[in-house]
Design a binder for this molecule. Structure first.
Ligand code: SF4
Ligand code: SF4
Length: 135
C-alpha cells in the first residue's frame, strides 16, 4: 500500500465519493489567468513552436495548449474546466461537477464543505490574513 498512497492523496484532492452523486472539482484555467496567478507558467516549445501553460503547484495536471485555449475562449466563450488533481490554494477557482442525479438518501450531499474554497493551505495566511497588509 505504501507505493499507492501518494496517488490516492492526489486523487482525493478533487474528488468526493461519499454519496452516489460522485463529484469532481474542475479548475477553471481562465480564472488562473484572470487573477494573474503567480503559479501559472507558460512557455513556447522550441521545436514545435506550440505554446503551453500549466500550474506550478499541479493543482491541475498536464499542460494546456494556449492557442486551443484562446480559440475556445473566443468561440464558445469558455475553455471549460480541468480536473483538479492536487491540493488547491485559496485563489484556485473551481466548479463542482456532479456525475449522477438520483432520488433518495444515497444521493443526498453529506459533504457540503467539498464545495468550499480551500482555507487550510499555508498560502491561505498570505491571501487572507489582514495583518499582512498592515505590516
Ligand atoms: S495555483 Fe490555482 S489559480 Fe494558480 S495556476 Fe494553479 S490552479 Fe490556477
Ligand atoms: S453530493 Fe456531496 S457527498 Fe455526494 S459526492 Fe458530491 S460532494 Fe460528496
Amino acid at each position: 500500500m505504501t507505493l499507492g498512497q501518494p496517488q490516492e492523496r492526489t486523487r482525493a484532492a478533487g474528488e468526493c465519493r461519499q454519496c452516489r452523486a460522485t463529484c469532481d472539482k474542475l479548475i477553471e484555467p481562465a480564472g488562473c489567468l484572470a487573477i494573474g496567478c503567480r503559479f501559472l507558467y507558460t512557455y513556447e516549445d522550441a521545436i514545435t513552436g506550440g505554446r503551453f501553460m500549466g500550474c506550478v503547484n499541479k493543482v491541475f495536471g498536464g499542460e494546456i495548449n494556449v492557442d486551443l485555449f484562446l480559440l475556445a475562449e473566443a468561440g464558445r466563450g469558455s475553455y471549460g474546466g480541468i480536473k483538479m488533481t492536487g491540493r488547491p490554494l485559496p485563489q484556485c477557482q473551481f466548479t463542482v461537477e456532479r456525475a449522477y442525479e438520483g432520488d433518495g438518501p444515497e444521493y443526498e450531499c453529506i459533504n457540503r464543505s467539498f464545495f468550499d474554497m480551500a482555507h487550510e493551505h499555508s498560502e491561505s495566511i498570505r491571501a487572507f490574513d489582514l495583518r499582512n497588509a498592515l505590516t
